[in-house]
Design a protein around this ligand. Sequence first.
Ligand code: MG
Ligand code: MG
Length: 287
Amino acid sequence: MTYVSKTSLRFANRFVPRQQSEAEKVVIHLKTPDEIAMMKQAGMIVYNTHMILRDMIRPGISTAELDRVAEEVLSDHGAVPVFKNYPKKDSPNFPASITVSINEELVHGIPSPNRILKEGDIISIDCGCTYNGYVGDSAYTWAVGTVSPAVKRLLDVTQGALMEAIKTAVLPNETKDVAAATARYVNRYGYDVAREYTGHGVGKTMHEDPQVPNWWPSNAKKKGFLSHPLQPGMTFAIEPMVIAGRPDLTELGDKWTVVTKDKSLCAHYEHTIAVTEGAPIILTLPD
Ligand code: MG
Ligand code: MG
């Protein structure tokens, strides 16, 4: 098992196994109330951007058009898209301001003028920005036009898993409780979670420690999973990635887009939250 000191360079953070002996070296930046207030500002810009994109979604629109508008909205707010030019080993930097993943695409889809939404598609949009030095990160999956009840159920369960996981982000729980709650909720409906990708700490950069997986295996220690006690001031993204079929994933030739191997549908919802003495604050939703 290789210990990697830095979180890997993906938007939906790729899981990095860690030895238990390294637990104390994991640095979790606790935020002050002022910093949390600034993160809420970044989060609200992300929220506003998502709501504008939601209203644009219809058959016939290209994913490049959604990206163009997202970049404009972020810029109008004085925010910088964190995804644009994001580096990844052995591939070109990410070329757009949002990731747009359709149907069997799970995360990291690249917007394109040739990618036109069709009636019955589902589209996952992930958006992150930096504003006044702090990051907000959130994702939604939307239906294009009318989708079948089965597809609607996948979206509802994914969103439900996110809200259920957020409820568990309270003292004295640990990150493993958030992870386990996500999978428990999803499994109850017969779906599975993406195992290679995790939620992540958010702050001055998009990817900080801790990793917040969407499941917690029984042999977690052996698999390199580290659990961290929650503390007031911890800020992290919880992002269930839920798959209707088998959870095996692969990457397309563009070196970014992650798809299900069996082409089954998948959905992705994400909020950035702050842990407090009481209920968590959702930084990417209005109060
Ligand atoms: Mg994220
Ligand atoms: Mg995200």
